[in-house]
Design a protein around this ligand. Structure first.
Ligand SMILES: [Mn+2]
Length: 360
């Protein structure tokens, strides 16, 4: 069988060894198998509501209906060989991601400042770095061809993609999304887009949004999982409540999963400067670093977590960075050294040992 789209050969097994977590490995395998299909492809940002709604919008348009949709994120696009492989595929559209395609495609749509100066090789380029979301830009461009329900979802991404929540996460689910306020609707959208754990599940959600649109929120399968996520969020906030306020709080993940974003947000409210969440794996230790948004830019140099991430072959932004360390103990030693050099006090919470602190 000849595979026309495969321009660079890829040693998949060797690449898989770079991913420590089993779900990540499964995703890379799945994305690779999608890449081998002969149809043209649409790439979209896998990590949030904006990418997912953008993909659903394209899927309702006739010209993008038969494309193969490929959800991509930081993990895949920051892997050198994998990124190189993806560059050479036969793309017809890329949304909410950098314009990484080599050959000419039909559509590029994005709103990230960091992609502003990059060359965009597409017939239709919709780019506005001041736009709140990519889905917003797509809905505006294709407004006469989209159903109102998809326009509503696109409008909600202007809240989810800009941290524009003014209310806390609701605990219950309304029977119909149209019954509640725009803020509550945005939480529903944000939560449903956090449910998928695999690339396959992301594609199912894109398919559901484009075919049954708002009825997705009436579906029992999704409703149960949103409720589960909301109670997990509540437990995560309670967990953060039990942590002492130190300059740096280091959390080692155990078996019981918690919502990192909820724990981090609560710790910042309590006055923690830096959070560091460690994910111990068989070979590597995943590292996620965040700086309290209340620290002004003028003082940021002292807190810059990017410099710490760089010691672990990682990177990111001054306030949000990540990397991959060796063993847990070696990683932890290095992080504590960095903390002490800056005269921060710190506390390590090892959730592998103390599961009950989660209040489960
Ligand atoms: Mn976006």
């Amino acid at each position: 069988m000849s595979v026309k789209t495969l321009a660079v050969p890829l040693d998949l097994n060797r690449i898989l060894s770079d991913f420590s977590d089993d779900i990540q490995k499964k995703n890379v395998r799945f994305l690779y198998s999608l890449s081998l299909l002969p149809n043209r492809k649409v790439a979209f940002h896998s990590a949030d509501a904006d990418g997912i709604v953008s993909a659903a919008i394209l899927k309702t348009l006739k010209e993008f209906q038969t494309a193969i949709y490929i959800p991509l994120g930081f993990q895949e696009l920051h892997h050198l060989e994998l990124a190189h492989f993806f560059q050479t595929l036969n793309w017809c559209a890329i949304v909410d991601l950098p314009p990484f395609n080599r050959s000419m495609m039909n559509l590029y749509c994005d709103h990230h400042q960091s992609n502003k100066t990059l060359y965009k090789n597409a017939e239709i380029v919709i780019f506005d770095e001041s736009a709140p979301s990519a889905a917003y830009l797509l809905a505006k461009h294709y407004q006469s061809r989209l159903p109102d329900s998809l326009k509503l979802l696109a409008d909600l991404t202007t809240i989810t993609d800009t941290a524009g929540f003014t209310i806390a996460s609701p605990e219950n689910i309304p029977s119909h999304i149209l019954e509640v306020t725009r803020q509550e609707q945005a939480w529903l959208l944000d939560d449903i887009c956090r449910l998928p754990e695999t690339s396959e599940e992301i594609l199912t959600l894109v398919q559901d949004f484009s075919s049954i649109q708002l009825q997705v929120f009436e579906n029992e399968f999704y409703r149960k999982r949103i409720l589960g996520l909301r109670s997990q969020r509540k437990r995560s906030i309670r967990l953060a409540e039990e942590f002492e306020t130190k300059d740096v709080v280091i959390i080692i993940q155990g078996k019981t999963k918690f919502l990192k974003s909820a724990v981090v947000r609560r710790l910042f409210e309590k006055g923690v400067f830096i959070t560091c969440v460690l994910f111990p794996g068989k070979i590597f230790t995943g590292i996620s670093l965040r700086v309290n948004p209340q620290i002004p830019n003028s003082e940021l140099a002292h807190y810059q977590v990017e410099t710490l991430a760089q010691e672990f072959a990682g990177g990111g932004h001054p306030r949000a960075a990540g990397g991959r360390g060796p063993s847990l103990s070696a990683t932890l030693t290095k992080i504590i050294e960095w903390t002490q050099e800056r005269n921060f006090n710190y506390r390590v919470y090892d959730l592998r040992k103390n599961q009950k602190v989660l209040g489960m």
